[in-house]
Design a protein around this ligand. Structure first.
Ligand code: CTP
Length: 407
């Protein structure tokens, strides 16, 4: 997806082994539609060559403030003025310290200092050994650099090139792309707390087997990501799915409908928007065997009895918080036919301001979908598009409805 179409990013590399990830980051920025101008410090050149970065960005790389290619000989001015953002990835402990001190004895630091702060944001992806990261000097510098207007994108945790394990790794390129995309998104849901349920539930028959469905969780995860991009604080209650947690989202993993109800009820107490995308199993086995149910050789098959599961959306929609209009509830309806009719009836039955209909067999597991929004005023179609695109449109639709609904 061309999430960065029209954006011009100055990608600054400083000295650190994480420079090997910057090649992939540059490629992802370009794939997302951005133009990328790479600027490297002398130390960065020890880890990766300008040739690699030139080939991936399609532009010659700048490494020196004395570069004579610029007619006015001021690359530090010219390069930053064109940028929609300067992204430093990796940003070493030393370079953070230099930013804090306002040093300007190489092109990259000079360019950061000379950037017009009110219109050219500076985003920092630190990368260093865990002890360097934890050192009070680094933490102090990070706080100062943030106070001076930079956005610190955080670090990863795990195995480090030095052989130690801990905080300080540079975030993965895909995570950085997600963060940079979110940074550019309009903050339509700033101050909102969004709660999303996603995926199927798993209703155990015995310790080995259970009943579930084909929901992939992709729509719910896309909604959680889009809500975070729009500036909301997001909790995602997820059934058993194989999807990475969207950046900046708090994830609670559950298995059964009952567990999903418990986690959702808890989080709903402070949420302001609830989007129920989970394909909750309507029934669970009435009894759950503690041991594996065995064949007894007689050819007889077990007889299963079912109990109805709680309706999570209905229960949240009936809560005091939703009834007093502190919690805007959005339901999803997976139908197989007569979408508009079923969706309208379901919205009324669940007593919610907005219901999103889709055709189940056409969406389960797919990367795209088409949605039908049903509210008190009628029906609106969101044509087939990638789920993330639809999720972003849905966030815009929700944000637009909130002021009128709350009065
Ligand atoms: N839902 C829920 N808990 C349930 C069942 C459904 O929270 N136990 C939510 C879903 O997440 C979705 C909406 O309710 O947002 C619609 O679910 P769906 O199963 O399509 O509708 P039902 O009310 O179960 O009606 P039917 O099975 O007749 O289509």
């Amino acid at each position: 997806m061309q999430d960065l179409a029209g954006k011009h990013i100055v990608l600054g590399l400083t000295g650190g082994i994480a420079c090997y990830k910057s090649a992939e980051l540059c490629r992802l920025f370009v794939k997302a539609g951005a133009t990328v101008q790479v600027v490297m410090t002398e130390a960065a050149e020890q880890f990766i060559t300008p040739v690699t970065m030139q080939a991936l960005s399609g532009r010659t790389v700048y490494t020196s403030q004395w570069d004579t290619r610029e007619p006015n000989n001021m690359p530090h001015i010219n390069l930053s003025r064109e940028a929609d953002a300067i992204v430093l990835a990796p940003c070493s402990a030393d370079f953070i310290a230099r930013l804090v001190q306002g040093r300007s004895d190489d092109l990259l630091s000079l360019m950061c200092l000379a950037r017009p702060m009110d219109r050219i944001p500076l985003l920092i992806a630190p990368a260093m050994n865990r002890e360097m990261w934890a050192h009070p000097a680094t933490q102090r510098n990070l706080m100062q650099v943030a106070a001076d207007g930079a956005t610190v994108l955080g670090v990863g945790n795990g195995w480090q090139a030095c052989g130690e394990t801990g905080d300080g790794r540079m975030l993965e390129p895909a995570q950085l792309l997600e963060d940079v995309t979110a940074f550019f998104s309009p903050k339509l849901l700033a101050g909102q707390k969004v709660l999303v349920t996603a995926g199927p539930t798993f209703e155990a028959l015995d310790p080995i087997r259970g009943i579930t469905n084909h929901s992939s969780g992709k729509m719910g995860f896309a909604i959680a990501r889009a809500a975070r991009e729009a500036g909301a604080e997001v909790t995602l209650v997820a059934g058993p799915v194989h999807l990475p947690t969207p950046r900046g989202v708090t994830r609670v993993d559950v298995l059964s409908a009952q567990q999903m109800l418990d986690a959702t009820t808890r989080a709903a107490q402070s949420a302001s928007i609830f989007v129920a995308t989970a394909a909750v199993a309507d029934w669970r086995p009435a009894t759950q065997s503690e041991q594996k149910i065995k064949k007894d050789g007689s050819g007889r098959t077990p007889v299963l009895h079912f109990t109805e599961n709680p309706d999570i959306l209905l229960s949240v929609a009936k809560s005091e918080r939703a009834q007093s209009k502190k919690l805007f509830c959005v339901g999803f309806a997976a139908e197989s036919e007569n979408l508009a009719e079923h969706a309208k009836a379901k919205r009324e039955r669940k007593g919610i301001p907005l219901l999103v209909g889709n055709i189940g067999p056409l969406t389960f597991g797919q990367d795209d979908n088409a949605l039908l929004l049903v509210d008190a005023n009628g029906v609106r179609e969101l044509p087939r598009a990638p789920k993330l695109t639809l999720a972003r449109e849905l966030m815009t639709e929700i944000a637009a409805r909130l002021p009128d609904w709350r009065v």
